[in-house]
Design a protein around this ligand. Structure first.
Ligand code: ADP
Ligand code: MG
Length: 264
C-alpha cells in the first residue's frame, strides 16, 4: 500500500469576518466526527479558534508561537478538545511578537513547515491552519507549510475582487515559498437566500471558478454565530441547525475530493 500522507490545508482570506475560523472549527469537527484524526493550528493572535473550541486562556501554557519559534514540538503544544479526534495548538498574544522575533531566525517563512514535518504531525490525517486576516509572516508560514488553500468567501458584493487578490497571492507564494501549493476549494459562506445579491454572487463565483467551488453553500445561521460563546463548535451546540448540516456536507465533499485526488 502507498504511504498515506496527511493533508495540510490552510484556511485563508485576507479579509476578516468571512468565516475562516468558523469554517476551521466546524470543518475540523465534521471531519473528526467522520473518523479522521484532525489538528487545528490557531495562527491568529486573536485566538478565536482556540476560544471557540473552549480552550480557556489559562490552559494555553504553550501555543503556536512556541511551535513557530521552535522551542517546542507539536506533542508539547497540542491540547485536546471536547471533540473526540480533534486537537488544537492554541494561540496566545505571544504571536504578535513573532514577526519581529523571526527577523533574527533562519528560514523564517518555513518555521511552521518544519514543525509540521515531524512524526507527531503525521498521526493526523488532516491539519487545518486558521490564519489571521492579513498577509503577514504568519500567513506566509501557513502557505509555505500547506498542501493547499481553502478559501471561505462571503456572499457579498466585493467577494470576487477579494478572491482575485487572494489568487494573486497564491500565485506569488507558488513563485517563492511553495511551488506546489494547490487550491483545495472555495466555500461560499453566510449565504442568505432572501438576498438577491447573494445569489448573484454565487452565480458569478461559480462562473469564474467552476469546479473549484464547493457545491455546499454555508447558510447564514444564528446558531452558528452563537456557538463560539459557548466554547463549542456549532455541530456540538446544535447538530440539527442548517449551518451544522452544511458543514457536515462540506466535510463529505472535502473527503470525496481527496479520494479523487489520491486516485488521480
Ligand atoms: P474570520 O475568521 O474570517 O474573521 P469568523 O469565522 O470569525 O470569520 O466569522 C465572523 C463572524 O461571523 C463571527 O461572529 C461568526 O460567528 C459569524 N459567522 C460565521 N459564519 C456564520 C454563519 N454561517 N452564520 C452566521 N454567522 C456566522
Ligand atoms: Mg478568524
Amino acid at each position: 500500500m502507498m504511504f498515506e500522507k496527511n493533508r495540510i490545508i490552510t484556511i485563508a482570506n485576507q479579509k476578516g469576518g468571512v468565516g475562516k475560523t468558523t469554517t476551521a472549527i466546524n470543518l475540523a469537527t465534521a471531519l473528526a466526527a467522520i473518523g479522521e484524526r484532525v489538528l487545528i493550528v490557531d495562527l491568529d493572535p486573536q485566538g478565536n479558534a482556540s476560544t471557540g473550541l473552549g480552550i480557556d486562556r489559562r490552559d494555553r501554557k504553550l501555543s503556536s508561537y512556541d511551535l513557530l519559534i521552535g522551542s517546542n514540538t507539536i506533542g508539547e503544544t497540542v491540547v485536546a478538545t471536547a471533540v473526540p479526534n480533534l486537537d488544537i495548538v492554541p494561540s496566545t498574544m505571544d504571536l504578535l511578537g513573532f514577526e519581529m522575533e523571526a527577523a533574527s531566525l533562519p528560514n523564517r517563512a518555513f518555521r511552521l513547515k518544519s514543525a509540521l514535518s515531524s512524526e507527531q504531525a503525521r498521526t493526523y490525517s488532516y491539519i487545518l491552519l486558521d490564519c489571521p486576516p492579513s498577509f503577514n509572516l504568519l500567513t506566509m508560514n501557513a502557505m509555505a507549510a500547506a498542501h493547499s488553500v481553502l478559501v471561505p468567501l462571503q456572499c457579498e458584493f466585493f467577494a470576487l475582487e477579494g478572491l482575485s487578490q487572494l489568487l494573486d497571492t497564491v500565485n506569488q507564494v507558488r513563485q517563492t515559498v511553495n511551488p506546489t501549493l494547490d487550491i483545495q476549494g472555495i466555500v461560499l459562506t453566510m449565504f442568505d437566500a432572501r438576498n438577491n445579491l447573494a445569489q448573484q454572487v454565487v452565480n458569478d463565483v461559480r462562473t469564474h471558478l467552476g469546479e473549484k467551488v464547493y457545491h455546499t453553500l454555508i447558510p447564514r445561521n444564528v446558531r452558528v454565530s452563537e456557538a463560539p460563546s459557548h466554547g463549542k463548535p456549532a455541530i456540538l451546540y446544535d447538530l440539527k441547525c442548517a449551518g451544522s448540516q452544511a458543514y457536515l456536507q462540506l466535510a463529505s465533499e472535502v473527503i470525496q475530493r481527496e479520494r479523487l485526488r489520491k486516485a488521480a
